[in-house]
Design a protein. Structure first.
Lengths: 224, 224
DNA sequence: ACCTGAACACCGTTCAAGT
DNA sequence: ACCTGAACACCGTTCAAGT
């Protein structure tokens, strides 16, 4: 599977294959993802990717100005998929806003678990150029907007106490889910009393607890 | 300040100075920290640190088996200090368990803000060897134990509903504070509606909100 | 015991030259 | 338009040899 023979098709086929000519860009993204899966985001080497694809060390730089741009392109793809998955996690059976918030968070956690390499890349701030990628910012904003809107509905419906600051509620949800995802991938959960294999259950129970706490304060005045 | 003249004191002075001979190990840790402050954890180069200290590229490897060990040593120091600071953040005026929990979280957030480079190193899982460092594990466990104990007291006292799973409460606290710290350092807060300069206030308000939510459910049954 | 200095096998990136 | 291949300035790490 390494070093595929040079494609000899003379006029470019519309779809896949054809490494050297045609879709080097896409092939680089795929090779880089495999490297990230094997060695983590840090382990992605553009030279190594080029080598595996049978092109010269300089070739990738016709498609990406630098390594960071490669990583950012991967993050863009990851973030777009995450956004879609989070949306899909909300099912019609999730009638109340808080049920949707919980489903949203669960979708996020599940995606992080199922696509560890991609998740690590999106959250590897030092290796990507968030500020220079409108696409990346947009997909992140989409998740944020969905979170805030859902919380807004929860307050409007009286499921969450309207006395609470909306921004703080959104930030709390976000920080919790993000923190749980990181702790899970970084292997911190065993230290917090989670048995190996119980990561999914533990993170989702914690998410459920947060949602329950948000609901519990709905009618009562915020206690002393 | 770069390349200090070779110390000529013949019998080692008890305290500082004396680069080449004596405390290369400590000097490396300091130089590496400066590099981390300037370029982030990724930017720490043992060769560059050696260069700045006027020693050969191989010299550092008499003190650290590899770069990762250097990073781990920095993380150990950081984590020990973080632990102390978190402890000190709890003041006698914090009478109730939840007040202590909040103080603890605030101490964590403040430390992350004030010692960004150190915090990034502790949380740079790919660059340190957590599994191979009992010291690092111990200081992390200490913070965890403090968190769990405080929550335990809160439930014993009736400040937090005892029906809630203790492990989930601890995990929720941890994930929230860790998530907030990361979002703050990674510059995500502006996207979540936090005005520049308002990071400290926003993260602490979010922490306060979590504590309030925990208290709110104390007497009532966890709502539907 | 601690450090030098050369060496090895890597990087990311650039750039003339080829097709 | 896209790629080669050599070059440059870096890495981390090892190891004989020096003091």
């Amino acid at each position: 599977m390494v070093k595929p023979a040079k494609a000899s098709a003379s006029h470019a086929a519309p779809a896949a294959r054809a490494y050297h000519h045609g879709n080097l860009r896409q092939a680089l993204l795929e090779a880089a993802l495999v490297l990230a899966q094997q060695r983590g985001p840090e382990g992605v080497s553009v030279r190594e990717a080029a080598r595996q694809l049978g092109v010269s060390p300089g070739a990738p730089f016709r498609h990406f100005p630098n390594r960071r741009a490669l990583m950012t392109a991967m993050a863009e793809e990851a973030s777009a998929r995450l956004q879609i998955e989070v949306r899909k996690a909300i099912r019609p059976r999730d009638k109340t806003p808080l049920a949707r918030l919980r489903a949203l968070g669960r979708g996020y956690l599940q995606w992080a678990r199922a696509h560890e390499a991609h998740f690590r890349i999106v959250s590897a701030r030092d290796q990507i150029d968030l500020a220079g990628s409108p696409a990346l910012q947009a997909s992140m904003q989409a998740v944020r907007a969905l979170t805030e809107q859902t919380l807004h509905e929860a307050q409007a419906v009286g499921e969450v106490n309207s006395a609470h600051d909306a921004a703080a509620l959104a930030l709390l949800s976000r920080a919790t889910v993000y923190g749980l995802a990181r702790m899970q991938l970084d292997g911190h959960l065993p230290q917090w009393g989670v048995k190996p294999g119980g990561e999914a259950a533990a993170t989702e129970a914690t998410l459920a607890l947060l949602v329950r706490l948000m609901a519990a304060g709905a009618s009562g005045a915020p206690a002393a």
